[in-house]
Design a protein. Structure first.
Ligand code: NAP
Length: 284
C-alpha cells in the first residue's frame, strides 16, 4: 500500500520545520508547501504555493491524503485558512489537522483567539475528518527576546502570571501523531508544557542554562507598546498586547496531558528548552 501523502503548510516555520522530520520518521510521504522555490525544504517533495493564490494551493493539494493547516498571524489569516480548508475539501483531502491556539473562543477579547475560533468553526462545518490543536505560548517565542536576553534582561507585560508554555517540537510531534493515527476525528487537543511557569522562572532557567544573570522585568503594556512601535505593524502589536493581557490574567496556566497522551513522551520542560537553546540567548 502507498504511504499517505501529507501536505505541511508553513513548512519552514516554527512548527512546520519540526513537523516535516517528525512525519518522515513515521514513514509518511511529506509534501512541504513553500513560497520560495529557491528555498525548498530538503529531503521531501516541495510544492510552491501561497495562501493568497488559490490556484497554487489547489495544485499543492492534488493527490494529498491529509493536510496540516498553519499560517502566521496576519490580518487576513482567518480568511486565508478558511479558503484553504474549502480548497482542501474540493480537492478530496480526507483529513485536516488545524493549528489553532490555547483558549480560542469566538467571544475572546484577544483578536488572535477570535480568528482561530472562526477557522475552527468553519473546519468543523465542512464535515471533513478534522482535528484541532490548540497550543499555548511557544517557548520558542522567547527567541524574539534573544537580543535583550543576551544583554541580561527581557521585559513583557505579564507580571507574575504563570503560563503553561510549550516547546514547538512537542506540537510537531503531537501533530504527527494525529496526522498518522486514528481516533482523533472531531477532537480538539489543548497542548501545553508539563507545568505553568512565570517569566521569573523562565529567567531563572535561562540564567542556569547560559551561566549568566538574566532578569525578567515586568513592563506596563504602554511601555511594551512604546518599545515595539515601529518594529511591528499596529495590528500585530495590538494583538500581542491582548495576548499578554490574557496571560497576565492567569488565563493560560492550565496544564494538559495531551502531548504525552498523543506522543507517548512527556512534554519538554523549560529547563531543557533553555539548555538546548542556550547558544541562541548568548549571541551578541
Ligand atoms: N507564537 C506563539 O506563541 C503561538 C502560540 C499558539 C499559537 N500560535 C499560532 O501559531 C501560528 C503560527 O505562528 P508563527 O508566528 O509561529 O508562524 P510560523 O508557523 O513560523 O509561520 C511562518 C510560516 O508560514 C509561511 N507563510 C507565511 N506567509 C504565507 C503565505 N502567504 N502563504 C503560505 N505560507 C506562508 C512561511 O513560509 P515562508 O518560508 O514562505 O515565509 C513560514 O513557513 C499562528 O496561527 C499563531 O496564532 C502561536
Amino acid at each position: 500500500m502507498d504511504t499517505p501523502t501529507v501536505l505541511v503548510t508553513g513548512a519552514t516555520g516554527t512548527v512546520g520545520s519540526a513537523l516535516v522530520p517528525a512525519l518522515r520518521t513515521l514513514g509518511v510521504t511529506v509534501r512541504a508547501m513553500t513560497r520560495d522555490p529557491d528555498r525548498p525544504v530538503p529531503g521531501v517533495e516541495n510544492a510552491v504555493a501561497d495562501l493568497h493564490d488559490p490556484e497554487s494551493v489547489t495544485a499543492a493539494l492534488k493527490g494529498v491524503d491529509a493536510a496540516f493547516l498553519n499560517s502566521p498571524s496576519a490580518p487576513d489569516a482567518a480568511d486565508l485558512q478558511i479558503r484553504f480548508a474549502d480548497l482542501a475539501r474540493d480537492a478530496g483531502v480526507n483529513r485536516i489537522v488545524l493549528l489553532s491556539q490555547y483558549a480560542a473562543r469566538a467571544d475572546s477579547p484577544v483578536r488572535f483567539l477570535r480568528w482561530h475560533a472562526d477557522v475552527e468553526a468553519h473546519v468543523q462545518r465542512l464535515g471533513l475528518d478534522h482535528t484541532v490543536l490548540r497550543p499555548n505560548l511557544y517557548m520558542q517565542a522567547l527567541l524574539g527576546f534573544a537580543g535583550t536576553i543576551a544583554q541580561g534582561w527581557f521585559a513583557a507585560p505579564i507580571g507574575g502570571a504563570a503560563v503553561s508554555a510549550i516547546d514547538t517540537r512537542d506540537i510537531a510531534d503531537a501533530a504527527a501523531a494525529v496526522l498518522t493515527g486514528t481516533g482523533h476525528t472531531g477532537r480538539t487537543y489543548t497542548l501545553t508544557g508539563p507545568r505553568a511557569v512565570t517569566h521569573d522562572q523562565i529567567a531563572q532557567a535561562l540564567s542556569t542554562a547560559t551561566g549568566r544573570d538574566i532578569a525578567f522585568h515586568d513592563a506596563p503594556a504602554e511601555q511594551f507598546t512604546a518599545a515595539l512601535t515601529g518594529l511591528l505593524p499596529p495590528w500585530q502589536l495590538d494583538g500581542l498586547v491582548e495576548d499578554y493581557a490574557h496571560y497576565a490574567r492567569g488565563e493560560a496556566a492550565d496544564v494538559y496531558t495531551s502531548v504525552a497522551d498523543l506522543t507517548g513522551s512527556p512534554a519538554r520542560d523549560i529547563t531543557g528548552f533553555a539548555q538546548e537553546y542556550a547558544a541562541a540567548f548568548t549571541r551578541a
